[in-house]
Write a protein that binds this ligand. Structure first.
Ligand SMILES: [Zn+2]
Length: 324
């Protein structure tokens, strides 16, 4: 029988759940709002209900071997514990894998959502076929996953790969993590909007001025029409992204760097500045090796990556390493 994994991508806003087969085909998918939960068991109930729907939809198509959940948090992978989830604080320190296993009676693995997205793109998307790849997701914040020798880099506490919180401007904008001048303060979609507002008084004619509902897409559209304010914002974003990627190129010598998330849509406005800065700060040979490519899987990257980790883990399990 065909093996199937039920994979979840739990975001601060939306919860996606899908039944996925071992070739990366999404057999059934549902999306709902993440409950505004005070208690972890409300999140568990939403996950269990969604998983049961997926399970019933594919029950005649194969054998469900495990559940996998990508969560917006550092993850203690071995013990299935959510370390700290800034957007879903009721899960901080919670044994989510054990709670799901108890309700669904299947093996469960947890993974950080940005790590899962990197694995998803590596499985069926933009970095498919590469052993050494890095993905940055530039959305509300900046998430990232580093895959070296085909394996996700987790670090001793599951906190590795937080490129979004590498400091690139020590006296820069305060960050939610408690530091200042983090990569995500200059390269996220949120940062693009903030920087436009910070600079707008210098650009008297910009159509972006005094717009309280501004989005990064509006700023990109203005830039494409030649608006100087928008072009300056993307120049700065590209410069800082170049510093970040230059550091990654010199540290990891990757074959490919995948850029996803809403801010990546401004590619043609920021990328020339990004490439210019990378060339200035990284080793030429490593720069020539590292392709920089747009993500391909969009919102499906997280569920696909979560599922892939289960299929890998189940093969490991057959050799004697247990699920949580
Ligand atoms: Zn930070």
């Amino acid at each position: 029988m065909k093996e199937i994994v039920i994979a979840a991508d739990l975001g601060g806003t939306n919860l996606r759940m899908a039944a996925i087969d071992c070739k990366g085909h999404i057999l059934h998918q549902i999306k709902r709002e993440t409950p505004h939960a005070e208690r972890a068991d409300e999140i568990v109930a939403a996950l269990v209900e969604s998983a049961e729907i997926c399970r019933s939809k594919v029950k005649n198509e194969g054998e469900i071997i495990a559940i996998s959940a990508a969560v917006p948090s550092g993850v203690d992978y071995r013990n299935g514990i959510v370390v700290k989830a800034p957007n879903i604080p009721c899960l901080d320190g919670f044994r989510l894998a054990a709670a799901l296993k108890n309700k669904l009676n299947l093996p469960v693995i947890l993974e950080n959502d940005a790590n899962a997205a990197a694995v998803g793109e590596n499985w069926t998307g933009a970095s498919k076929g590469f052993q050494d790849s890095i993905m940055l997701t530039m959305g509300t914040g900046v998430g990232s996953g580093i895959i070296i020798d085909g394996k996700i880099l987790r670090g001793i506490d599951g906190m590795a790969g937080e490129i979004g919180h590498v400091c690139i401007e020590p006296s820069g904008n305060p960050c939610g993590c408690g530091s200042r001048g983090c990569v995500e303060q200059y390269t996220s979609a949120t940062a693009i909007v903030r920087q436009t507002k910070e600079l707008e008084s210098r650009y008297r004619k910009s159509p972006l001025k005094n717009n309280s509902r501004l989005t990064s897409a509006d700023i990109y559209d203005a830039g494409k029409s030649g608006d100087e304010l928008a072009l300056e914002v993307f120049r700065r974003m590209g410069f800082y992204l170049g510093i970040a990627i230059g550091g990654l190129v010199n540290t990891f010598n990757p074959e490919v760097i995948v850029l996803g998330g809403g801010a990546a849509a401004g590619w043609d406005l920021f990328m020339p500045h990004t490439r210019n800065q990378i060339a200035k700060c990284a080793f030429q040979k490593s720069v020539e090796r590292a392709q920089i490519v747009p993500a391909m899987l969009g919102d499906d990257a997280g569920i696909l990556g979560a599922a892939k980790l289960c299929f890998v883990e189940s093969r490991t399990t057959a050799k004697g390493v247990a699920f949580n």
